[in-house]
Unconditional design. Structure first.
Length: 94
């Protein structure tokens, strides 16, 4: 059985990997990591920010559909993705 610090380390590693794979545009790895419990809102939705800044639309949409919140301003990354995330989050709140 894993102790708490081992679980925390494993969780942090998954979250760092999620960020790295989102930045690289590796949708398959992003999907796997989310299925395995990576936190899509870790570090102010860092993976979503990376996907938007690097124009990885499919990853950004996947992360939003899996609960990522959008902390970005429209002048950062793709305005189209920013608007999509903003619109989608409004729909979820209805």
């Amino acid at each position: 059985m894993k102790n708490k610090s081992e679980s925390e380390k494993e969780s942090s590693f998954k979250n760092f990997r999620l960020l790295a794979e989102a930045k690289k545009g590796n949708i398959e790895e992003v999907q796997r990591l989310v299925r395995e419990g990576a936190d899509v809102n870790w570090s102010h939705s860092a993976a979503l920010q990376a996907a938007i800044i690097h124009n990885h639309e499919e990853i950004a949409i996947f992360l939003v559909l899996n609960g990522a919140k959008n902390p970005l301003r429209p002048e950062v990354g793709s305005k189209k993705l920013y608007e999509f995330v903003k619109f989608y989050n409004k729909l979820k709140d209805l």
